[in-house]
Design a binder for this molecule. Structure first.
Ligand SMILES: N[C@@H](CCC(=O)N[C@@H](CS)C(=O)NCC(=O)O)C(=O)O
Length: 223
């Protein structure tokens, strides 16, 4: 059985949702970062960077969110096209965009002091907020397009939509400067997608298990 190493309401949430939607059995192993749980020799043997998520699969521990999502797709499909299936290249483009551009921009919005120290945090956060809004505008166009890709649609969650929704939650709820928050309501097609995906039993169960409000993506509790 897969073992997912994570921290509730941290970045492991997207993998937990992906596993739940894929329908494969897994065990969630919760770690306590405050108690140093991500820096123990045992955990560093799974991920030398000391970060979650890590998914233990038959080939060994897999880390980096996009790599885990792709490994799950290659094994099971469901949340994205497998190699050789129609639309795989376009899917990869946007998955890598979310992982490489949107994810770091959201992290900088939350921790702007990490980039250039506390004296420059406000300017860094303002730049990050603009990057987040630009990134979400691209995803909004995909989600709102007539005949758009299924992986940004409400009928079936995908690795991309789940990843993007988790990042939207962070950008709305946890920015270092509350006035730079990016609410889902500013992106109507993404907000509709958020409401549809939150309503799915598998997703609602993950949110409840993580102690997160049921409107985690469409209207997260701020702070
Ligand atoms: N690029 C990595 C980033 C992972 C990451 O930054 N994880 C955070 C939680 S969301 C973490 O574990 N931080 C703990 C630390 O840095 O000590 C991925 O996508 O998996």
């Amino acid at each position: 059985m897969y073992r997912l190493h994570g921290v509730p309401d941290w970045g492991s949430q997207v993998i937990r949702m992906a596993l739940a939607e894929t329908g494969v059995p897994f065990r969630f192993v919760a770690h306590d970062p405050q108690a140093g749980g991500l820096k123990t020799p045992g955990f560093l043997a799974l991920n030398p960077h000391g970060k979650v998520p890590v998914l233990e699969m038959s080939e060994g521990p897999v880390f980096e969110t996009a790599a885990i999502l792709l490994a799950l797709i290659d094994a099971h499909g469901i949340i994205g096209p497998k190699a050789g299936e129609d639309g795989r290249a376009r899917f990869l483009i946007w998955l890598v965009f979310v992982a490489n551009q949107l994810h770091p921009a959201v992290m900088t919005l939350i921790h702007p002091e990490r980039a250039a120290g506390p004296d420059h945090a406000r300017a860094v956060a303002e730049g990050a907020a603009a990057q987040v809004r630009a990134g979400l505008a691209h995803l909004e166009a995909l989600a709102g397009a007539e005949g758009g890709p299924w992986w940004m649609g409400a009928a079936q969650p995908s690795a991309i939509s789940l990843f993007a929704l988790m990042l939207m939650r962070w950008a709305a709820a946890f920015p270092a400067y509350p006035d730079l928050a990016v609410p889902a309501a500013d992106f109507p097609a993404l907000a509709r997608l958020a409401r549809a995906i939150e309503a799915r039993p598998a997703i609602a169960a993950v949110l409840a298990a993580e102690g997160v409000e049921p409107t985690a993506f469409s209207a997260p509790r701020v702070g």
